[in-house]
Design a protein around this ligand. Structure first.
Ligand code: C2E
Length: 903
């Protein structure tokens, strides 16, 4: 179809011309054929008629054999008829022939052939009177018929072609006129393209109805389209003016064609002043595009302030697809830029922070962890992303802590605290944690940011410090401080739950002796073993602490009195088994005092104080005792306190007196000495025995001045007796353990003895066996000093302690006093007697004298004397008495000692 003309007009015209040509050709052929047929028929008709006429003439001539006539007839026929040849063939003669001169036909050969074919020769037998004279033959002159036909055709064809050409011209003119309406469309499009959107495609009045309708529809569609276009344009303009981004369009030379309101605002110039100007003059980019990094450019705005714009550009293309300019969109991201920079800085800081940082979304799902978090916990981001941080929990944090944490952060507050987390490898991780909340504009949390400091090392150090501060390194038991704090908590819990709480106080009987005799390292090991044994007697919720040297305290929550007693007794009984420490079998015991919350006190101090009172009572009652606190104990204690106060006053007011109990030489019955015993006549209560006030004086250390006073009084009395002639009376003074360890005891006594001018050997010091147990080396040194001064030392209540022979040898002791408990049943108890005998023999071996105490009967005196005991004292010889009575008694005894024994 390449050969088709391009325009519709030419195509329609060509089509019409072709069809017209074909029709005309067909018409011409048919016309030629019809004309030929007609001509042939006419020639035949003429030939038939002519041959008859010629035949008549020839016949007439033939009859007369006039060949000339025949010849003339034939010539006439040839000249005046369509025939071109005439021939008379005489039957027996020569033929007469007439022929028209030969000529060339103008007609095409095909026509000539066709004509020749259709025009046959006419033959006529010349018969006259029944005789055949010959045959007349006429041959048509086909060239003239052919020429006629040809020229008729040619003329007709010429006319037809002229007519057709005229027709075609008319048709073309009409087609051009009608189709020119379509040409209006192009004009219309050009107008639209030129921006004249109100243009219309005009329609001529004689336009074919189809074109008219098409154009009208086109106009209608175009109108709608234009309307839509205008609407869209308006919308686009409104959009462009309302968006926050600056938009400019540029022509191919990068001159500004259009700028929206935002562009005016950002660049600070009206659109009119920018239009037509080169972009670079309006938007001078520092360092060129991309200098700000990526799509960002730094520009210098007219008011001389630098801004960062985010730039995007797109080419504009015309309908042919070639670039006709570009669209430039930009926004002022100066603030964002610096914020982004800031964020980059912060991000970098977070990345390399020494603290672990973790962020979660509002639902608590992790969306970021920094490398330090991974290093600290062992969890990579991929492992924890999307999870809640619950996997870090160690179960060592009280649920209340998490409750408080969530309450704070949900309320948008910062939470700070310390948690124990668990690392991936299972190890514990102490974290100092700060959780901050990012809120949205409505104040709802959208992000939680946790910053974790690894405080494990610090915590360990704290735990070490705590352990040192709160635990006893020897026994690993809680120390006093921790015990007190725990006791406070236990009391608070018991108070809240209204449950009972028992507080136990216990110490070890004989621990000091072990410590002193076997060494501190054994003592330490013993304490550790004791701690374990006691712990073994406790229930799971019970609490044991070491609160002093050999003092332990117990908390027994939620226990009945029976349970407390059972536990207490089991502890006491567990000591019955000796402790094997460092190869030594050590036998010690314990006593326990118990108080009960709330009956015996509402606070720890009171409970402990009362447990201590009960312990004190237990001690008073002897070893291996469990005593539950009772009001009596406190009353007793109160009384003791009152007595202590009164005792202070008594000492000051010189209410104390000395009584002397005579010491008798069993062999002679004479008084060889006395024991000075303190007496106190309370102004209100009357006489109070030393068994009552001495322990109080010892406890309050009042015994030291009291002891000094009695030594002084005794020395004064010795001096007085000496001066009065009562010579040879050696007086023993009791020195309590507290007094014995008081500083410069020996110096004090030496000064007192010297001040009274008596001989030191007239004064004897009685110390109990227990004194020897504590700090043997120190005791031995003091004793040596006393001995050096010239004093003698007696061991009081001997036999009740643990002194061994070997042990005694290390002290400069001169006298052993058999405790009166052995003397009391001497007559009946062979054990006691055996002990007394052993003491007597031992003393003999050691070169010591023996004094038997508490001799109440002559029999006892006799037994003692029989076993070799040299000295005795007791009610049998005389009760403690004042100095006057003693003097009388002395005189009596001096007179007849033996009688006294016998009596
Ligand atoms: N049942 C009975 N008792 C007898 C008999 N013979 C003596 N006694 C008592 O036995 C005690 C002997 O004194 P002690 O064992 O040193 O025991 C003394 C001593 O340990 C202490 N004491 C007394 N005066 C002083 C003192 O001045 N200083 C110190 N540190 N303690 C003293 O008080 C304790 C008690 O003294 P006292 O009540 O005077 O009791 C005295 C005495 O009255 C007897 O045949 N039968």
């Amino acid at each position: 179809m390449r050969f088709l003309p391009r325009s519709l007009l030419n195509r329609v015209f060509l089509l019409f011309a072709c069809i017209s040509g074909i029709l005309m050709m067909g018409s011409m052929v048919m016309f030629l054929h019809g004309q030929m047929t007609r001509e042939i028929d006419d020639a035949n008709d003429t030939g038939t008629m002519v041959i008859e006429i010629v035949a008549q003439a020839v016949a007439d001539a033939a009859v007369v054999n006039d060949l000339d006539s025949i010849k003339r007839t034939l010539d006439a026929a040839v000249n005046r008829t369509p025939f071109g040849s005439a021939r008379y063939i005489e039957v027996h003669g020569a033929p007469v022939v007439s022929r028209a001169p030969l000529r060339e036909s103008d007609a095409p050969r095909i026509i000539q052939e066709m004509v020749k074919e259709r025009l046959p020769d006419f033959n006529r037998v010349i018969e006259v009177g029944g005789r055949d004279y010959g045959v007349l033959r006429l041959g048509f002159l086909s060239e003239s018929v052919s020429d006629y036909l040809w020229w008729t055709f040619v003329r007709t064809a010429l006319f037809g072609m002229l007519a057709m050409a005229a027709g075609l011209l008319v048709v073309r003119w009409l087609l051009a006129r009608w189709l020119s309406n379509l040409g209006h469309l192009q004009y219309f499009v050009d107008q639209i393209q030129a921006g004249r959107l109100d243009a219309k495609a005009s329609v001529s009045t004689d336009a074919p109805v189809e074109i008219r309708r098409t154009l009208e529809q086109f106009n209608s569609v175009a109108a709608r389209f234009v309307s839509t276009l205008q609407h869209e344009k308006q919308r686009a303009e409104v959009t462009l003016h309302s968006i926050a981004d600056g938009v400019m369009t540029l022509d191919p030379e990068r001159r500004i064609v259009y700028a929206n309101v935002a562009a005016e605002r950002i660049l600070g110039q009206p659109a009119g002043s920018m239009q037509g100007r080169a972009l670079d003059s309006v938007l001078p980019m520092q360092g060129g595009e991309g200098a700000g990094g990526g799509p960002f450019v730094k520009v210098e705005l007219p008011d001389n302030h630098a801004a960062v714009l985010e730039l995007s550009r797109a080419p504009l293309q015309d309908q042919q697809g070639s670039v006709s300019g570009e669209v430039l969109a930009f926004r002022d991201v100066t603030q964002d830029h610096y914020i982004r920079r800031e964020l980059q800085r912060v991000s970098l800081a977070v990345q390399h922070a020494a603290s672990a940082i973790l962020t979660t979304d509002a639902a608590g799902r992790i969306d970021y962890v920094n490398p330090t978090f991974t290093a600290m916990t062992g969890y990579a981001f991929e492992e924890v992303c999307g999870k809640t941080p619950a996997f870090l929990k160690s179960r060592k944090v009280k649920p209340a802590v998490y409750v408080e944490l969530w309450a704070a952060v949900r309320a948008g507050r910062i939470w700070r605290g310390e948690l124990v987390n668990r690392c991936k490898d299972g190890s514990e991780l102490w974290c100092g944690l700060t959780i901050s909340v990012v809120l949205d504009h409505e104040g709802r949390p959208v992000q939680f940011v946790s910053v974790m400091e690894n405080t494990t090392e610090r915590k360990k150090a704290e735990q070490t410090i705590h352990r040192l501060a709160y635990f006893d390194s020897l026994t690993t038991l809680p120390n006093r401080r921790m015990f007190m704090e725990h006791a406070e908590e236990s009391v608070a819990t018991a108070s809240r739950r209204e449950h009972p709480l028992f507080v136990g106080y216990l110490d070890l009987d004989g621990f000091k002796h072990v410590n002193d005799s076997l060494g501190h390292h054994i003592g330490d090991s013993l304490l550790a073993a004791v701690g374990q044994r006691i712990t073994g007697c406790l229930r799971s919720g019970d609490f044991l602490g070491r609160i002093g040297g050999d003092e332990f305290a117990l908390l027994l929550p939620d226990a009945s009195v029976e349970t407390a007693r059972r536990i207490g007794h089991s502890i006491i009984e567990t000591f019955d088994r000796p402790f094997l420490i460092g190869g030594h079998d050590i036998q010690i015991s314990t006593s326990i005092g118990v108080s009960l919350f709330p009956a015996d006190g509402l606070d720890v101090a009171n409970l402990l104080r009362r447990a201590d009172m009960a312990l004190y009572k237990a001690k008073e009652m002897g070893k291996r005792q469990l005593v539950l606190f009772s009001e009596d104990i406190e009353t007793d204690k109160l009384e003791r306190s009152q007595l202590e106060l009164a005792l202070h006053a008594a000492l000051a007011r010189k209410e104390l007196r000395v009584h002397y109990q005579p010491k008798i030489e069993l062999g002679s019955g004479r008084i060889v000495g006395a024991e000075a015993l303190m007496r106190w006549n309370h102004p209100d209560k009357g006489p109070i025995g030393p068994d009552r006030f001495i322990p109080i004086a010892e406890e309050s250390r009042l015994i030291i001045p009291m002891g000094r006073w009695i030594i002084d009084e005794t020395c004064r009395q010795i001096r007085e007796w000496s001066d009065a002639g009562m010579r040879g009376i050696k007086v023993a003074v009791n020195i309590s353990a507290v007094q014995f360890r008081s500083p410069d005891l020996a110096g004090d006594i030496e000064r007192i003895v010297a001040s009274h001018g008596i001989s030191p050997d007239q004064l004897e010091l009685e110390v109990t066996e227990s004194v020897l147990m504590e700090d043997p080396a120190g005791v031995a040194a003091i004793m040596a000093r006393l001995r050096l001064i010239g004093l003698t030392i007696a061991i009081d209540d001997f036999g009740t302690g643990y002194s061994s022979l070997a042990y005694l040898k290390t002290f400069p002791v001169s006298v052993l006093k058999i405790d009166r408990t052995f003397v009391r049943d001497l007559e009946t108890d062979t054990n006691d007697k055996g002990i007394a005998e052993a003491i007597v023999s031992m003393a003999a071996v050691l070169g010591m004298r023996v004094v038997a105490e508490g001799v109440e009967t002559a029999a006892q005196a006799g037994i003692l004397q029989a076993m070799g005991c040299g000295l005795a004292q007791g009610y049998f010889f005389g009760k403690p008495m004042d100095k006057t009575l003693f003097e009388d008694h002395w005189r009596d005894r001096q007179a007849d000692g033996a009688l006294a024994i016998a009596g």
